[in-house]
Design a protein around this ligand. Structure first.
Ligand SMILES: Cc1ncc(COP(=O)(O)O)c(C=O)c1O
Length: 375
């Protein structure tokens, strides 16, 4: 039997044209012109008939390297940051190893850690400052610790790390000879963002992606940066021996060539949308934002005091209002029953749909309570 989440995704995809997609931190604000033209050209030239250069389009690699100039390395291209995360955990971890991580977190990475036979040690961060504090990480490091997981900004909470904390965490990795997995998928949304590789260049694997900043999630392209032998040991697990999708590369190149012209507007609109969501949440008793402002393009809405389950809120929003927000259970073992996650790099019209739907959904569910949650 399909899970409620699989059902929700099937429904949302079937009604794609009609759904306000606030559920996957995707970005619907990037001006489409340059990307469309690059794709049309690549299709006209039937680039899909041949394999790409296996290491990736050199112009794209240059653009990404320039974007991450502080790292001073060439990027490795993969089928999305997800593949780079899988390769990294597979290459660097083994049975008995531990990774210091958080709860909530982007748990897909934790699953990859487990596939490598290792385990995560999840520090509870669902309380201020809603991120990993260097001293708590230091306490959690033990004889089996092999890696620290630093997702910055963090999906799902939207919390991010000041430069001095990134430095302190990088120094811990360096001093304890640990790998530092620095997932910076949402970096462009975070003002003053610092890369851990600046402080621990030998230990850090940086995961980058164009899914969220460039609005190219469907293209499935991203990658990693790491130094010398570390990069080679990860690259051994590359399955894209024949290169990453040519159309995805063309789209990513067009986006990266033009990013400086539009990213400021994308971030500004995202912030304004976040502020509008905050207003709406403030008007709905029993709901609150643990982290505001978000340093990413998502945040969580705690619904615990309403007595409603996040799943009920997700279903009511999607099936009655066609506004897709995500129940927290796939993002937190301990707190997934408290929150829904909402992402907001969307048109103001989508956000207004949220503004109408959220109070109405909560009110309708409450009117039907106590069936919604037995307390
Ligand atoms: C923290 C984090 N890393 C990686 C990814 C996946 O990125 P990609 O689309 O590049 O595979 C996501 C997607 O939501 C994410 O939140």
């Amino acid at each position: 039997m399909a899970s409620p989440s699989a059902d929700a995704f099937r429904f949302a995809h079937e009604h794609r044209q009609d759904v306000a997609w606030l559920s996957q931190n995707t970005n619907h604000l990037v001006p489409p012109g340059p990307i469309e033209r690059a794709l049309e050209r690549a299709i006209r030239e039937r680039r899909y008939e041949g394999y790409p250069l296996a290491t990736g389009d050199p112009a794209l690699l240059d653009l990404v390297a320039r974007d991450f100039a502080a790292i001073g390395e060439r990027p490795f291209l993969t089928g999305g940051g997800t593949e780079a995360l899988y390769m990294t955990t597979r290459a660097l971890l083994g049975p008995g190893d531990e990774v210091v991580a958080s709860d909530p977190s982007y748990l897909i990475i934790h699953r990859f850690v487990e596939l490598a036979g290792a385990r995560t040690r999840n520090l509870d961060i669902y309380a201020p400052p809603y991120r990993l504090a260097p001293d708590r990480i230091a306490e959690a490091i033990g004889p089996r610790t092999k890696m620290l997981l630093l997702i910055d900004p963090l999906n799902p909470l939207g919390s991010g790390y000041p430069r001095e904390e990134v430095r302190a965490i990088a120094e811990l990795a360096h001093d304890h000879h640990l790998y530092l997995l620095n997932d910076v998928t949402y970096r462009d949304f975070s003002e003053g963002h610092a890369l851990a590789a600046e402080f621990a260049p030998e230990e850090t694997v940086t995961i980058w992606s164009v899914s969220k900043n460039c609005g190219l999630a469907g293209m499935r392209i991203g990658g990693f940066f790491a130094r010398g032998e570390l990069a080679r040991s990860i690259a051994r697990f590359n399955t894209n021996d024949l290169g990453v999708n040519v159309l995805a590369q063309a789209a990513a190149r067009a986006a990266m060539e033009t990013k400086s012209a539009w990213i400021g507007d994308v971030v500004r609109q995202t912030r304004a949308n976040g502020a509008r969501i905050r207003e709406v949440v403030a008007g709905v008793p029993g709901t609150s934002l643990p982290v505001y402002p978000s340093r990413a393009n998502m945040m969580v809405i705690d619904v615990r005091e309403t007595g409603l389950t996040p799943e009920a809120v997700q279903s009511e929003m999607l099936y009655q209002h066609r506004v897709f927000v995500r129940a927290g259970n796939y993002l937190s073992a301990q707190y997934g029953d408290r929150f829904v996650r909402v992402s907001f790099s969307n048109s103001p019209a989508d956000i207004e749909r949220f503004a109408r739907a959220f109070p109405a959904a909560i009110a309708a569910l409450r009117a039907r309570a106590p069936a919604a949650r037995a307390t």
